[in-house]
Ligand binder design. Structure first.
Ligand SMILES: *[C@@H]1O[C@H](CO)[C@@H](O)[C@H](O)[C@H]1NC(C)=O
Length: 273
C-alpha cells in the first residue's frame, strides 16, 4: 500500500512536474522507487506519462531485526611472559630404591700366610671345657649304671647299689662286674657306715666285702692284688679259722670285718665309680 500510494502521489504530480523545476536526479530516484514497486508485484495502473517525472522522497523505514551472531575471530597474538613465581616449599626427602648390583671387581692378589693364633684365655677355656665335658660324661655313665639297681646310695664320688641278692663270693664278684662296677670294699669309715645301713635295709646280718688272702695266706689284698688302705677287722680277725677262710664279710650289727669261707652265701652290694 505504501508503494501504491507512492505511485499515486507520483502520478498526481506528473502533470505539473514538467513545469516545476525538479532536478534530473530527483526524478531518477523517484522513478527507480516506482520501478521497485512494480517489480514487487503491485497491481496498479501507472500513467505512462509519470515515468519521467520525479516524486518527493518518503520517510525512512523502521530499523530491521538484529543480525545473527558472527563467526569466531582469529586467534590473538601471544601475550607477554609473566613474572617469575615464588620459590616452592622444600621437598620431603624419600630414599630411592637401591640401584642394581654393579659388576664384580677384579680379583685381589693373594695375601700372605697368616699365623694361627688362639688367645691364651680361649685356649685355657677350651681345655677346661673339654675336661668338664669328659668329667660329666664319666659321671653320667656312673649314674646310668647305678640307675639299674633297686637300692642306690651315694657316698662321696661312688654309688653303692644292690638288688638284695645272696650268693657266694665269686658269684658276687661276677655279678657286680657284669653291672659295670665291682663288689663293695669300703675305703673309709663313711663308706663302711653306708654299707652297713644298706644291709640293714635288706635286713641282711652279713654282706660280702672285696678282699681275700688267696694270693698270700694271712695277707688280705684287694682283688687287683693292691694292699688295703682301710680295714675294720673284728678284734682277733682275720684268723683263717680251720685254715679255710680266704674271703671277707662285714657284720651288719657292728660294721666289723671277718674272714670267712668263700662259698658261703651272703648279700651282695656293689660299688660303682
Ligand atoms: C693277683 O695275684 C695272683 C697270684 O699272683 C695272679 O694270679 C693274679 O693274676 C693277680 N691279679 C691281678 C689283677 O693282678
Amino acid at each position: 500500500m505504501v508503494c501504491i500510494n507512492m505511485i499515486k502521489s507520483a502520478a498526481a504530480q506528473c502533470h505539473s512536474v514538467t513545469a516545476m523545476a525538479l532536478s534530473t536526479l530527483h526524478l531518477t530516484v523517484l522513478c527507480f522507487a516506482l520501478l521497485l514497486c512494480l517489480i514487487g508485484g503491485a497491481q496498479t495502473e501507472v500513467p505512462p506519462s509519470c515515468l519521467a517525472s520525479a516524486g518527493v522522497p518518503g520517510n525512512p523505514g523502521h530499523n530491521g531485526l538484529p543480525g545473527r551472531d558472527g563467526r569466531d575471530g582469529k586467534d590473538g597474538r601471544e601475550g607477554v611472559s609473566g613474572s617469575k613465581g615464588d620459590r616452592g616449599d622444600p621437598g620431603v626427602p624419600v630414599p630411592g630404591l637401591p640401584g642394581k648390583m654393579g659388576p664384580a671387581g677384579p680379583k685381589g692378589s693373594k695375601g700372605e700366610n697368616g699365623v694361627m693364633e688362639i688367645p691364651e684365655s680361649a685356649d685355657v677355656l677350651m681345655k677346661s671345657l673339654k675336661t668338664d665335658i669328659q668329667t660329666m660324661g664319666s659321671r653320667l655313665s656312673t649314674v646310668e649304671k647305678a640307675m639299674g639297681f633297686r637300692i642306690i646310695r651315694r657316698v662321696g664320688m661312688k654309688y653303692y647299689v644292690t638288688e638284695g641278692l645272696q650268693d657266694d663270693f665269686d658269684a658276687g664278684l661276677r655279678f657286680c662286674r657284669d653291672a659295670g662296677g665291682d663288689l663293695v670294699l669300703p675305703k673309709n669309715e663313711e663308706e663302711n657306715n653306708v654299707l652297713v645301713k644298706m644291709l640293714q635295709v635288706l635286713e641282711a646280718p652279713i654282706g660280702w666285702i672285696r678282699t681275700t688272702d688267696r694270693k698270700t695266706e694271712g695277707i688280705f689284698l684287694d682283688t687287683d692284688n693292691s694292699t688295703l688302705s682301710f680295714t675294720k677287722w673284728k678284734p682277733g680277725e682275720p684268723n683263717d679259722h680251720n685254715n679255710n677262710e680266704d674271703c671277707s664279710m662285714v657284720y651288719t650289727a657292728t660294721g666289723l670285718w671277718n674272714d670267712i669261707l668263700c662259698d658261703r652265701k651272703y648279700h651282695i652290694v656293689c660299688e660303682i665309680s
